[in-house]
Write a protein that binds this ligand. Structure first.
Ligand code: IMP
Ligand code: MG
Length: 180
């Protein structure tokens, strides 16, 4: 069985300051508007809850669950929606809350899908961005921080459903038994 090592990347304090900064920007930009946050399950749940706590404007919150076939560190790019939003978004401002942008396919799919309901606007807020891995043109309107092309876990983000509970963010490398 392959084993993995976790390397610290972002501390709780660093994450908190990133999230507070994003919340400040969003509160300023969306004051007086009808904002619906659409959180992508499961990875963005912790980010969403911390972000909402720091907003200074009223918002509504909804969730989508998307599947991209494949497990572990690879995704296929074929995306399906398995849990849709329940709040009507026509005429409203929508902000997608995502944990991490990789190829960009998930966000391109969801942005297009949500736009079909005629919202006033659809923008993207992502905690992390692996820009080097982008395959389709998608940019976050609100971005926490860029990260290198490494596999991230913690703060809601999983590796085969493990490590979501960690309050810090780590990157994962396989342990080579020959070198132990
Ligand atoms: P994309 O569609 O290729 O941009 O992939 C985005 C989705 O893949 C994110 O919502 C994450 O769930 C997942 N993902 C991308 N990179 C990582 C990572 O480093 N660790 C864990 N999940 C990741
Ligand atoms: Mg995700």
């Amino acid at each position: 069985m392959e084993r993995y090592r976790l390397h610290p990347l972002l501390s709780q304090e660093k994450i908190a300051s990133i999230v507070e900064h994003l919340a400040g920007q969003i509160s300023k930009d969306y004051g007086g508007r009808e904002l619906v946050l659409v959180c992508i399950l499961k990875g963005a749940f912790m980010f969403l809850s911390d972000l909402v706590r720091h907003l200074r404007i009223p918002v509504q919150v909804d969730f989508v669950r998307l599947t991209s076939y494949g497990s572990g560190m690879e995704t296929s790019g074929i995306i399906e929606i398995t849990k849709d939003i329940e709040i009507p978004i026509e005429g409203k401002d929508v902000l997608i809350i995502e944990d991490i942008i990789d190829s960009g396919r998930t966000l391109r799919f969801l942005r297009k899908r949500l736009s079909l309901a005629n919202p006033h606007s659809v923008k993207i807020c992502a905690l992390l961005d692996k820009k080097a891995r982008r395959e389709v043109a998608v940019e976050a309107d609100y971005l926490g921080t860029e990260v290198d092309d490494v596999f991230i876990v913690g703060y809601g983000i999983d590796f085969n459903e493990d490590y979501r509970h960690l309050p810090e963010i780590y990157y994962v490398t396989p342990i080579d038994p020959a070198k132990e």
